[in-house]
Ligand binder design. Sequence first.
Ligand code: NI
Ligand code: MN
Length: 226
Amino acid sequence: MDITYLGHSCFIMAINGYKILFDPFITPNPLAGNIDVNSLKPDFILLSHGHSDHVADVEKIYNNSKTTLIGGFEVISWFKNKGLENGHEMNPGGSWKFDFGTVKMVSAVHSSSMPDGSYGGIPGGFVIETSEKTFYYAGDTALHQDMKQIGERFSIDFALLPIGNNFTMGIEDAVIAAEYVNTNKIVGMHYDTFPYIKLDHQYAKKVAEDKGKSLLLMQIGETVNI
Ligand code: NI
Ligand code: MN
């Protein structure tokens, strides 16, 4: 499956002929100036929580494409109230079979509010089972014990984990998270975008390697087959 990094925690993946976009934050991200947000035509947009560094470009992309929003109840309801009617509300613990695969919303330890300050429900992450790969998109989260259940219940091929520290776990905890979900393959996210989350790439790779994990730090705009 092809995965393209669009900066911060935003990725677009090609899965079973569908394009799935995660947590779009592109136009406000100076590091993502090479990405043309208007060219993105995802079939689905998954939203981990309501913070603006995860939803900033939802409206623009929605209006440019025929897409379905997937995320927590309050996040999707907020967008529906703004006229973005095509959305599927979930909450942690629930799963639903979409055309591209089955999405289970899982817990995240973080906060969530919408860009206008209104209540964003609780944050989440996603375990996505497809006929190609099964993977974990953690969203913004601390390391937490529920991740062990993901490792017990699913055969995770790779995990997209926040590694920037301060607002989420850092690389040391992310390596433990990879252990909990039982994968050796980490795709890093939520780093470098803001001064508080500037990452020492060499150090992070070494921390991962020392624990037998591979850490993929993608260039913004880069596509890899994973
Ligand atoms: Ni957040
Ligand atoms: Mn964030």
